[in-house]
Design a protein around this ligand. Structure first.
Ligand code: GUN
Length: 300
């Protein structure tokens, strides 16, 4: 059997189109333009690429984009002052502080200074707690994107055995919470898990979020399982020419695609969903702040 390839690029385009539709209606009927502020401290090239891409897509769906680039030696006080200004700015409905921050800045302190209702990353301790206790929360973008893809494949996830490999605060833990909320039986596996191949083979849903290139081979996958590969790893590709590289996931795609029922490719799977969900979260935050109905199918 060859797995169905889950087209995250097309799905993300559909999410953006639905966001754009809703934004157009908000503008027309309420005179409200959702706004997203992105804060980048320092000049990490990978972060600059992400931030530019976020800004471009924000404008494309009709939202206002506010980009704040601060020098690498920005003090905590200055950064907290900017966050306070954005919290108070009625044109801003979503605030994202790009991580990682330079080492002299306390990430937890800065993230928890963001107003929870504008925390479109879902990293604020209040949103983490709300997600864990089943209250209405802002949900981290990458796990939200994975959940949308899984719901699209399965319809209901109720009762399914799900294994999340990776326990990060950004992906693994919130992913597990979301799957639990959709009534999966959830296992979180990690670098110390014993018999990892065996644990993975139990999964009807396998989410790989470890950041280790092609770590999960096809023979760790239960036949027919849905495999969501969150990993984006750049590896050398000498076959493409000297100094060339390519992107691979945490799953060994070529062997996994022969066993799985459905699988996300890298690139073109989960990756494009993250920014699409950031836009969806910004729209959701805007609706909640204004006491308006939330967009359907774009929240957890
Ligand atoms: N850096 C890498 N991924 C992310 C993300 O999802 N949010 C933020 N704020 N920073 C990141």
């Amino acid at each position: 059997m060859t797995a169905r390839i889950i087209d995250g690029k097309a799905f993300a385009a559909d999410v953006r189109a639905r966001v754009a539709d809703h934004v157009a209606r908000l503008k027309e009927e309420q005179g409200i333009t959702p706004g997203l502020a992105v804060v980048l401290v320092g000049d990490d090239p990978a972060s600059q690429v992400y931030v530019r891409s976020k800004g471009k897509q924000t404008v494309e769906v009709g939202m206002a984009s506010f980009e704040h680039g601060l020098p690498a030696d920005t003090s905590e006080e200055e950064l907290l002052k900017l966050v306070a200004e954005l919290n108070a700015d009625p044109a801003v409905h979503g605030i994202l502080v790009q991580l990682p921050l330079p080492p002299h800045l306390d990430e937890a302190l800065v993230i928890n200074a963001i107003s929870p209702e504008k925390d479109v990353d879902g990293f604020h301790i209040s949103n983490v707690g709300k997600l864990a206790t089943g209250q209405k929360a802002m949900v981290p973008c990458t796990p939200l994107g994975c959940l949308m893809l899984l719901r699209d494949v399965h319809g209901s996830l109720s009762g399914l055995d799900a294994v999340v490999v990776g326990r990060s605060n950004i992906v693994g833990k919130p992913m597990a919470q979301l799957l639990l909320r959709d009534s999966c039986t959830v296992t979180i596996a990690h670098s110390r898990t014993r018999n990892l191949p065996e644990v993975c083979r139990r999964a009807e849903i396998l989410v790989a979020a470890v950041g280790r290139p092609e770590m999960i081979p096809g023979d760790w996958i239960r036949p027919g399982a849905t495999v969501i590969d969150v990993g984006i790893n750049r590896v050398p590709a000498p076959e493409r020419g000297e100094g060339k590289s390519r992107l691979v996931g945490d799953v060994h795609f070529e062997s996994a695609v022969e066993v799985a029922g459905a699988i996300t490719p890298v690139p073109g799977g989960v990756g494009p969903m993250t920014i699409a969900c950031l836009l969806a979260n910004t729209l959701t935050a805007c609706c909640r702040i204004h006491g308006l109905p939330e967009p359907e199918g774009l929240t957890a």
